[in-house]
Design a protein around this ligand. Structure first.
Ligand SMILES: C[S@@+](CC[C@H](N)C(=O)[O-])C[C@H]1O[C@@H](n2cnc3c(N)ncnc32)[C@H](O)[C@@H]1O
Length: 443
């Protein structure tokens, strides 16, 4: 048993007398301290599963379900308090470590800047991310951002409230799903979601600035003279980016975003103005945080709108099965005697979690290839994230033989729907489908 070092009165060093909520301010320190009311966290992240289960229970105690955390639009639900016996079970969790050891877990590596926000599966992933963009977007002490306070405000704004209309277009496989998403946000909405599309845009900007700086430093080392300032940056930007916003007329976020169902078409102009204002607010905060005068064109509202617009139209929804569910399924599959032994420890945690134990994690991702595929209602391919695909990877699988020169298409929507419904959904992507099936079914 590991002694608890949290200073709560009455804890008695074991956490048995207190609800988890009284410990919540110490929750974030779990990783740093590696010990929490008897739950020993291994430095190499061996106990990641306990951490995730603990986190779910902790969120429940705060009245936030894992559903809300992951992007459902049902709104926060207040749950029953965690039963006292569950708290003491967690206290005894060390007993269960052998079971966890049999269950392969990825290690957890925190960001080197100390923000406590970003965690990675390996040291090399953490370093690659740091070099690519996180060093400029980290709010920790090691950040390269000249103004981490403004950066925090930018993040808060991006994590603020809005609506995300995920079209119900899952391409389902047993453990993971991928589909094209259309993300839209309403500043005046009542549903609680986030504007985290701004964080994706900030990553693009940070990535470009950092690449430009490295490129410039390398040129200096090679003794080449740069043209200096914006001029050099623009040459780099045009040369280095294969972006569609150079050529597309209507790619700005506020122009291409689908009009939500609850906004009347006569309010469309006002709606688009509000979206533009929201992007402007976000950009101002980002400018305060990471502005670089040599990269000034990157901070124009026009470019910002095009970057966000690209994510709006091209991102793929990503649904990953709950690793906590995997753990409980594993327990369920154990031989009877081992299962009985394990359940003495895990059953009350499972009961306390309720349905939350199986809530999947949802996100969106931009893949340079997959995100550029056009739609067809009789697609010849599907986007998958398979068990064996590593982070950042997704796979396109052919649904039938594809002849040389034939365009590879995926479906953005549920292609089982009738013609009218399909066209209605596709209208949000700004086109009328004229695939062979639609041409045939057109009334
Ligand atoms: C994810 S992007 C697909 C890649 C896009 N062609 C590009 O170059 O970025 C989605 C956009 O492509 C266009 N698109 C996709 N499938 C289409 C189709 N079957 N017919 C017409 N336009 C389509 C629409 O403008 C849609 O908003």
């Amino acid at each position: 048993m590991v002694a608890c070092d949290c200073p709560n009165d009455g804890c008695g060093g074991r956490g048995e007398q207190q609800s988890l909520i009284e410990h919540r301010e110490y929750f974030e320190e779990v990783v740093a301290k590696r010990q929490y009311c008897g739950l020993k966290i291994k430095p190499d992240g061996e106990n990641g599963k306990e951490l995730q289960i603990g986190r779910k229970l902790h969120l429940q105690e705060l009245g936030v379900s894992a559903d809300d955390e992951c992007g459902s639009s049902d709104g926060p639900r207040k749950r029953n308090s965690i039963p006292r016996d569950t708290i003491s079970v967690i206290d005894e969790w060390e007993l269960a470590v052998t079971i966890f050891r049999e269950f392969p877990l990825p290690s957890v590596f925190p960001c080197q800047g100390g923000c406590g926000e970003a965690y990675y599966c390996s040291k090399s992933c953490a370093e690659a991310d740091w070099d690519s963009f996180h060093s400029l977007l980290c709010i920790g002490n090691g950040s390269s951002s000249p103004n981490t306070e403004a950066l925090s405000k930018f993040m808060q704004h991006a994590n603020g409230k809005a609506v995300i209309n995920y079209l119900p277009i899952w391409i389902t496989i047993p453990r993971c799903t991928l589909s094209l998403s259309l993300i839209s946000m309403l500043p005046f909405s009542t549903l609680a979601e986030t504007n985290d599309i701004f964080i994706l845009a900030a990553k693009v900007i940070s990535y470009t600035i950092l690449r430009y700086r490295k490129f410039k430093a390398a040129h200096k080392r090679w003794g080449k003279h740069t043209q200096g300032g914006n001029c050099f940056f623009l040459c780099y930007w045009r040369h280095g980016s294969r972006c569609r916003w150079d050529t597309e007329k209507n790619g700005r976020w506020w122009d291409c975003i689908a009009l939500p169902e609850d906004v009347d078409s006569c309010d469309e102009t006002e709606f688009r103005m509000q979206i533009k204002d929201l992007a402007f607010e976000s950009l101002q905060l980002l400018k305060e945080a990471i502005y670089d005068k040599e990269c000034a064109p990157l901070f124009s509202l026009d470019i910002y709108g095009h970057i966000i617009g690209m994510f709006e139209l091209n991102n793929l929804d990503l649904v990953v099965a709950s690793p906590v569910e995997d753990y409980f399924l594993y327990i369920d599959d154990l031989p009877l005697s081992q299962k009985k032994e394990a359940e003495k420890i895990t059953k009350s945690c499972l009961d306390a979690l309720g349905e939350d134990y199986s809530v999947s994690c949802e996100g969106t991702a931009f893949f340079p290839l997959q995100s550029c595929m056009n739609h067809s209602c009789i697609p010849n391919a599907k986007a998958f994230k398979r068990e064996e695909d590593r982070d950042g990877q997704a796979t396109i699988l052919a649904l039938r033989p594809i002849i040389k020169g034939e365009e590879i298409t995926i479906s953005y929507i549920d292609e089982e729907l009738p013609y009218e419904e399909r066209q209605e959904l596709l209208a949000d992507y700004g086109f009328t489908c004229k695939c062979p099936r639609c041409s045939e079914e057109q009334p």
